[in-house]
Design a binder for this molecule. Structure first.
Ligand code: GLY
Ligand code: MN
Length: 465
């Protein structure tokens, strides 16, 4: 937990930024049952609640009264029956005091407070709930039906929270750096284990063990696959084969739930074939281009376009793509090979604040989301600012079904040498992902040491096993 002054200040800034007045409701998460109520998933607190209240305890609700300038924490103290199972726990009042909240009450008192506020016609601001139980609680508290909830979201609150959470403080960067160090250990563990005959599951289990030993677990379900062409391939059923590449996209949360997110792709047998090296080096050049360009004031959409341009230049040099590359970018030809965006914000969520809505996190009045091929999946388009943390994760994928579709439909056929793609049908995919902090003068790669990334670094590292 950060100092109590940090949370006091964050809540005060939030109250100041929601000028309409009224009440801000920030429900924490409850336990989420896996297969019956008493067998819950590992508890994960809501990130907005964590940001403003910092408490890692289920079933609490934060409330900011903008008009009165008061912060409240609501929850029920544990009964003796609970304590027999959980051991002694701090009271809601003690929890509140630890983050500078002196006004606390029970959940019944929360309901009374909200009923009174509704009767007085006060505005109640809340964010889009992403868990069913929190949605139902909102409905019960506010007298809504579930289908009304989406229409009552407070855009002003969404924008205010994004404006606070999108720039990370030095304290937050320290936490993210810690998550990056866990990520380094995960990825080097995977590289060390990688050899023919090993199961993807062996590696997935080992790296997730690292996150549990050093932090709070994974920041998302680990991708450990020889089928890197399937962007979010969550199967770990493969057995590693010489000649193929392993793609590992995995990250950690530290004990404060700050995240890391890295991807490395390397040959199972530790030695790149010429074909693998060529594709790999194009992706690495695109990743490097983003580092060259990312700085305050630049649109991340422009960084995305510069990176995909590098990819098209590389594929053109290999003869897979032809024609004028400016036109190719314009037409979205790169989307055949990289159907995702260059990156996303990262912080207390691996896709930071995605629950609030990409519309407010990655876009603004200047940057409307595009439907165009190749940009429609870009999560972050808006201008970078000092303190933002971004991922830089270009890739090249040979997705047989997608290539067949383009070929059959003649889509962008003037730019693509479909015949030359035949030898790549079993290639898989390459993605390289690092995390970067936007600084006043540019950016820096997060993590005290970079996971081996060049062909030479990877081959040397793997040869040392
Ligand atoms: N690393 C997984 C993702 O960004 O979606
Ligand atoms: Mn990512």
């Amino acid at each position: 937990m950060f100092s109590k002054e940090t949370y006091i200040q964050r809540r005060q800034l939030l109250r100041e930024r929601v000028s309409r007045g009224g009440i801000i409701l920030l429900p924490g998460n409850g336990e989420a049952p896996r297969n019956y109520p008493d067998n819950a998933y590992h508890f994960r607190q809501d990130s907005n609640f964590l940001y403003f209240f910092g408490i890692q305890q289920p079933d609490l609700v934060g409330l900011l009264d903008i008009d009165a300038g008061e912060d409240w924490l609501f929850g029920d103290d544990l009964s003796m029956d609970d304590i027999i199972w959980t051991g002694p726990q701090p009271t809601v009042h003690e929890l509140g005091a630890s983050v500078g909240v002196t006004r606390t009450g029970s959940l019944a008192q929360l309901q009374e407070t909200l009923t009174l506020a509704i009767r007085k016609g006060r505005h109640i601001h809340f964010l889009p709930p992403y868990r069913g139980d929190n949605k139902l609680k909102l409905c019960a508290w506010l007298g809504l039906t579930p289908d009304m909830v989406a229409h009552r979201i407070s855009v002003e609150l969404a924008i205010a929270i994004v404006s606070l959470r999108d720039k990370k403080s030095d304290d937050e960067i320290r936490e993210i750096e810690e998550a990056c160090e866990i990520g380094y250990r995960m990825h080097t563990t995977a590289m060390r284990m990688c050899r023919p005959g090993v199961r993807e599951r062996d590696i997935a289990g080992a790296i997730e063990g690292v996150t549990l030993e050093m932090g709070d677990g994974v920041s998302f379900h680990s991708i450990v696959t020889q089928h890197g062409e399937t962007l979010h391939n969550h199967s770990h059923n493969g057995i590693l084969e010489s000649g193929r590449m392993l793609l590992v996209d995995a990250g950690a949360e530290n004990l404060m739930n700050y995240c890391s997110d890295f991807t490395r792709t390397y040959p199972v047998n530790g030695k790149f074939t010429p074909m693998q090296r060529d594709i790999y080096n194009i992706v690495l050049a695109a990743n490097a281009r983003a580092f060259e360009l990312a700085r305050p004031g630049i649109l991340y959409r422009d960084v995305h376009f510069a990176a995909v341009r590098v990819i098209l230049e590389g594929l053109s040099a290999l003869g897979l793509v032809k024609g004028n590359l400016d036109d190719a970018v314009e037409k979205g030809v790169h989307a055949l090979f990289m159907p995702h965006g260059l990156g996303h914000m990262m912080g207390l969520d691996v896709h930071d604040m995605e629950d609030i809505g990409e519309k407010y996190v990655g876009y603004d009045l200047e940057t409307e989301r595009s439907n165009q091929l190749g940009v429609s999946n870009l999560r972050m388009a808006r201008r970078l600012q000092t303190g933002m943390v971004m991922t830089d994760e270009p890739g090249i994928y040979f997705i047989p079904a997608y290539i067949a579709k383009w070929k059959n439909e003649g889509l962008n056929k003037e730019f693509i040498n479909f015949d030359k793609l035949e030898p790549y049908m079993n290639f898989g995919g390459v993605r390289i992902e690092d995390d970067l902090l936007i600084t006043e003068t540019g950016n820096r790669i997060l993590g005290k040491r970079r996971i081996p990334v060049t062909v030479e670094e990877i081959e040397t590292f793997m040869a040392g096993n």
